[in-house]
Ligand binder design. Structure first.
Ligand code: FEO
Length: 162
């Protein structure tokens, strides 16, 4: 039996995953406005991934006989100054998401909720990948500095994300 507290925390996490989708869509809009279509594509793919993260939690609650209660989604930041500023912000956001997932895992362990623990393991692994992919782009953008050639090369690379 899943606890009321865990149901509430997972409902909150659905909101946070949907907020991530919203935030990354706003970033895609910024990149489109800058004519950096490769960056826009990469972050749009990420936005879609966030939607699937939310839906996995959504389905998990129903599989456990619990109820989904959707929360309001706040407006994301929309005044990005540069690709580096944008990806640094996204990386910091992912660090926060990792903390949220770790808190959920701690709760599952404390409550001996083995089903949630097993389910959450996928998110623990996913966060390692997500932090890594955002950090790599931050690091490349730091190296690029003001080279527009290098920026356009990275833009082309990011546009290839499946
Ligand atoms: Fe759903 Fe980017 O973590």
């Amino acid at each position: 039996m899943i606890s009321e507290k865990m149901v509430k925390e997972i409902n909150d996490q659905i909101q946070r995953e949907l907020f991530s989708e919203y935030l990354y869509l706003q970033m895609a809009a910024y990149f489109k406005g800058e004519n950096l279509d490769g960056f826009a594509h990469w972050i749009e793919v990420q936005a879609r991934e966030e939607h699937t993260h939310a839906m996995k939690f959504f389905n998990h609650l129903y599989e456990r006989g619990a109820k989904v209660v959707l929360q309001p989604i706040q407006q994301p930041k929309n005044d990005f100054k540069s690709p580096l500023d944008t990806f640094k912000y996204a990386y910091e956001h992912e660090l926060t998401v990792t903390k949220n997932i770790n808190n959920l895992m701690e709760l599952a362990k404390k409550e001996n909720d083995y089903a949630s623990e097993s389910f959450l393991k996928w998110y623990v692994d996913e966060q390692v990948e997500e932090e890594d992919s955002f950090l790599k782009i931050v690091s490349l953008l730091e190296k690029i500095k003001d080279s527009s050639n290098a920026l356009f090369m990275l833009n082309n690379e990011l546009g290839k994300r499946e």
